[in-house]
Design a protein around this ligand. Structure first.
Ligand SMILES: [Zn+2]
Ligand SMILES: [Zn+2]
Length: 460
């Protein structure tokens, strides 16, 4: 069998790998490349493979860097099946529609201002058709993907519905198992189950995002969250949290629910000010079967995402009304790096008040407003206006949904223990420094490791 690494090769975004075996061609993931506008637009508009050659697509999870280009394939004629878990399919329905909407609006906005802009990659129609082609298969059920190729999902413990994929390929009378890790999560994440390492692998395509970093513990993050809220409320200020609408917001809501039920935070209102987060929360509520039933709150409480202090604001008028209110409160709004979305309005109004706290709970890329807040720049530029940054800035790293280097090591140790025939590990989904450090660590364990470059082909 031959594997071609198309995206997330020596980088983090654009996850896409092509498996050719016994005359069948299967594509694993087809995500958006993100980063500098022009460079990523060039990569995004290049089809990974002529559409007619694809027999099936298998999707690991709903994050946009894994699923975000599927409607682009559909726009160019893809009409076969896309396989995912049921929760991934439902999350994609919300996220791909949002992605189409944002692209259409961005292009419209830039063209109105006479600025150079990329055409939207796809429209709402293509996003909808993508979901129609997607079939949801629960974890641990084996299904036929293409002639000679069967697949089984196991829980990757990263976001709701996330999977590692086991591909069993029959070639020359011999079945061999290729494992695609997807994005690997962490033990103890709220709501989500712990990662379940696959078994019986002959070869592994493995993510390596944090191959050179360690995270603060998940429990530590919840305690810090409580401390920040208590201190800010005591000053009479607001806690403003930029958060990804999918995953991170639900984890925060869950942790706030735990803290409120323990009396660990004061009784101040909490607002989820994001329509996408509200839709995503509804998808979470459809899939309690894949929650981590080892957690107390999951076992005891029926409505995890609803409690007395919590309010969801969907329409714009409700959102605007928040700025006229008085007294301490928590506001969680997208986007996660404060580049767009309603959080911008709250920051424009709240960043100059020293009573407030801006709480950062996610990775902030270079050149984003979130990064400037992390760097505590004295003056922020929001909607073209200068806003002095006088609010407190707090950073909690423990909410990462990705395994750190130790957790990646534990994952591969477990896979290996149950994979006597394991020959080869290929690292993907990581910047070179992270990949190289992890590759060295895995080689020291006696594994054969490679870090393929984009469009490189390897045999298993
Ligand atoms: Zn992911
Ligand atoms: Zn990813």
């Amino acid at each position: 069998m031959e594997i071609e690494f198309v995206g997330a090769a020596r980088e983090v975004t654009g996850s896409c790998h092509i498996v050719r075996v016994a005359g069948s061609t299967v594509v694993l993931d087809c995500g958006l490349f993100q980063g500098r506008r022009r460079e990523s637009s060039e990569k995004n508009t290049q089809l990974p493979i002529p559409i007619g050659e694809i027999d099936a697509i298998v999707l690991s999870h709903a994050h946009i860097d894994h699923a975000g280009r599927l409607p682009y394939l559909v726009r160019h004629g893809y009409e076969k099946t896309i396989w995912s878990t049921p929760a991934t399919r439902d999350l994609c329905a919300v996220m791909l529609a949002d992605s189409a909407h944002i692209q259409e609006k961005d292009a419209e906005f830039l063209s109105r201002r006479g600025k150079e802009h990329a055409e939207p990659l796809y429209s709402m129609r293509h996003a909808t058709r993508t979901i129609e082609l997607t079939v949801g298969v629960p974890y641990h059920r084996t299904f036929d993907v293409a002639p000679g190729v069967r697949a089984t999902f196991v829980d990757a413990g990263h976001i709701l519905g996330s999977a590692s994929v086991m591909l069993d390929c029959l070639e020359g009378g011999k079945t061999r198992r290729l494992v695609f890790s997807g994005d690997i999560g962490r033990s103890g994440l709220p709501i989500i189950r712990d990662p379940e390492p696959p078994e019986g692998a002959d070869g592994i395509i493995m993510e390596s995002t944090y191959g050179n970093r360690t995270h603060e513990s998940v429990e530590g993050a919840r305690a810090r969250l409580a401390a920040v809220i208590r201190a800010t409320a005591a000053r009479g200020g607001r806690i403003l949290i930029p958060a990804f609408a999918v995953g991170r917001t639900q984890e925060l809501v869950y942790d706030l629910h735990v803290l409120a039920s323990e009396g660990a935070i004061p009784t101040i209102p909490i607002y989820i000010d994001s329509p996408l987060a509200i839709d995503t929360t509804s998808v979470f509520e459809l899939h309690p079967d894949v929650f981590d039933h080892g957690e107390d709150l999951v076992r005891k409480v029926r409505n995890l995402f609803r409690f007395e202090l919590l309010h969801y604001t969907r329409d714009v008028e409700e959102s605007k009304a928040l700025s006229r209110m008085h007294g301490p409160m928590v506001i969680i709004a997208a986007s996660g790096m404060a580049e767009s979305g309603r959080i911008l309005h709250h920051l424009a109004q709240g960043a100059s008040n020293p009573q407030n706290t801006i709480l950062i709970v996610g990775f902030q890329a270079e050149h984003t407003l979130g990064r400037r807040i992390v760097e505590r720049r004295p003056v922020l530029s929001i909607f073209g206006d200068d806003v002095p940054l006088r609010a407190q800035v707090e950073i909690i790293n423990g909410y990462s949904a990705h395994a750190d280097r130790n957790e990646l090591g534990t994952w591969i140790d477990c896979v290996r223990e149950h994979s006597p025939r394991l020959e080869q590990v290929w690292l993907v989904h990581g910047e070179p420094p992270a990949q190289d450090e992890l590759a060295t660590a895995l080689a020291a364990k006696g594994l054969k490791v490679g870090c393929p470059a984009p469009r490189e082909r390897r045999e298993l």
